[in-house]
Design a protein around this ligand. Structure first.
Ligand code: RIB
Ligand code: CA
Length: 321
């Protein structure tokens, strides 16, 4: 079976952990490298969380440290959303996976250039590492299949009224990546707000009865306090749990679950009120050539089914160990 060579750049984070669960449960994804970025919490914590979580689920993968700070802005974290540790109040055993002796950018460069096939980059945090790779090593561009990024939004924000968190933390990195010419798929809030798990579905996870499903359930329900902050324009949504980052991997695995369009997308880098806002030219009045495939709809039931299967698969694999 042809596997998809993948590099995952992530800032775990609760929904990042759900994304890693999906990626490492899949038989068709070959994760060749995990790199950590600063975002939800600091680099020290995201790298530690990646190592504890991936050690716990039995993954065997290199985990390399990325950059500590955004390109120009001061790092702003989201401990209010993911908890001080980044994993709510859930703890995992001490990691057996080490920190790679290669910095992230070097590890990404060598992984991409050594691969016979093009490599897909899944990014679920600020794009600082990916931007640095493309700036320092443009020779990698033709060997990248696409960058599937959770971030941005055509309408609305969650870090400010107009800016989504990953774009807000490092808008200069977004600008570098969006201008790179590399194919980009953007899972912005437009689609991730529709890719939710209901409380009833979360209870089905609890019913799985494994140590892993218990930990996932605790993470999901910690996230509930965020669900209650549903923006007014989605007031009709009940309390639901949005695992934004799952979309970035799910699209690579099951593109047929999504609907999107190619648009010209820019990012506001300096606006006093709007920094981090991704400006999606969905009115197509700019006349500019589209540079991003923007997802806007998802088959939610199909999405949740894939996620639940992954949680069950990993939970059973750990139980059997
Ligand atoms: O806006 C949602 C994004 O910000 C997700 O990647 C979440 O993990 C946080 O990093
Ligand atoms: Ca994230």
């Amino acid at each position: 079976m042809r596997k998809i060579p993948m590099i995952i750049d992530t800032d775990p984070g609760i929904d990042d952990a759900m994304m890693l669960t999906l990626a490492f449960a899949s038989e068709v994804i070959d994760v060749r490298l995990v790199t950590t970025c600063s975002g939800n919490i600091s680099q020290d914590k995201t790298n530690y969380n990646a190592r504890t979580f991936l050690s716990y689920i039995g993954a065997d993968v290199e985990i390399a440290r990325g950059l500590d700070q955004p390109i120009f802005r001061e790092l702003e974290v989201a401990e209010d959303v993911h908890g001080e540790s980044g994993f709510a109040n859930v703890t995992f055993p001490e990691p057996t996976l080490p920190v790679s002796d290669r910095p992230a950018i070097t590890a990404m460069l060598e992984t991409i250039m050594e691969s016979e096939e093009k490599v897909t980059i899944v990014a679920t945090g600020p794009l600082t590492n990916v931007a640095a790779l493309l700036l320092a090593h443009p020779e990698t561009k033709p060997k990248i299949e696409c960058i599937s990024w959770m971030g941005g939004a055509a309408v609305g924000g969650n870090m400010s009224p107009t800016a989504e968190f990953n774009a807000y933390v490092d808008p200069h990195a977004v600008e570098i990546v969006f201008r790179s010419g590399v194919p980009i798929v953007m899972s912005g809030l437009d689609v991730t707000h529709k890719a939710y798990v209901t409380l009833a579905e979360a209870n089905l996870i609890l019913d799985m009865g494994t140590d892993f499903s218990d930990k996932v359930y605790k993470m999901l329900t910690f996230y509930l306090h965020i669900a209650e902050q549903t923006p007014f324009y989605e007031a009709h949504f009940a309390k639901v749990l949005r695992f934004h980052d799952l979309c970035a991997v799910m699209y690579v695995l099951k593109p047929e679950l999504f609907i999107g369009e190619d648009y010209y997308v820019q990012v506001e880098m300096e606006g006093r009120l709007t920094a981090g806002t991704t400006v999606v030219d969905y009115t197509r009045r700019s006349g500019q050539t589209p540079n991003v495939h923007v997802l806007h709809s998802v088959d939610r039931e199909g999405f949740v089914s894939e996620f639940m299967n992954a949680v069950e698969f990993i939970g059973e694999r750990i139980r059997v160990k």
